[in-house]
Write a protein that binds this ligand. Structure first.
Ligand SMILES: [Zn+2]
Length: 168
């Protein structure tokens, strides 16, 4: 049940940000919930494609939550890029389930490679566990870096130097 996918893409000076969010509902009534999302950066220099996978399970009575996540690079451009993932999990009232920022990633991700992470946390309060099993709002920000960079104007380039000299 993949609902309410909203995707935004932003270009930054040396890469791209892809933001999306979705809801997970009624975990109480099922064993687990899996989301799979693919996206492209649409980079003009080095376009890369990715597959994001996340699995959420109903929180048990002991309150221990475990969320495996995989980000896989699925294009064939033979150049590494840096990839980072930031995730936030909110309850239906807009409060975060975990205080710590969930963030991971690494440099030099080549085509076909994947980044795996398992988010673990504990929901001690019964009320929070109830909310978790009812509805979770997930926001994901994926940052792909070092595929392109803005041209840095060197102020001491030969052309500029010549101009400066001729003015003196
Ligand atoms: Zn780019």
């Amino acid at each position: 049940m993949t609902e309410n996918f909203e995707e935004t893409k932003l270009e930054i000076s040396d890469g791209h940000k892809v933001l999306f969010d979705f809801h997970v509902r009624y975990l109480d009534g099922k064993l687990f919930w899996q989301t799979v999302k693919d996206f492209d950066t649409n980079c003009r220099t080095l376009p890369t494609s990715w597959l994001f996978e996340m699995e959420i399970q109903k929180v048990p009575l002991d309150g221990n939550v475990s969320i495996p996540i995989i980000l896989k690079r699925s294009d064939t451009q033979n150049k590494p890029v840096n990839a980072y993932v930031t995730i936030r999990l909110y309850d239906v009232n807009g409060f975060r389930f975990f205080d710590d920022l969930i963030s991971f990633g690494r440099q030099y991700v080549k085509p076909g490679e994947e980044i795996k992470e398992n988010i673990v946390g504990t929901l001690r309060l019964l009320e929070k566990r109830k909310l978790f099993n009812e509805e979770i709002r997930v926001t994901v920000v994926i940052t792909i870096r070092s595929c392109h960079s803005r041209i840095v104007t060197n102020t001491l380039s030969p052309v500029r130097k010549r101009k400066l000299c001729s003015m003196m």
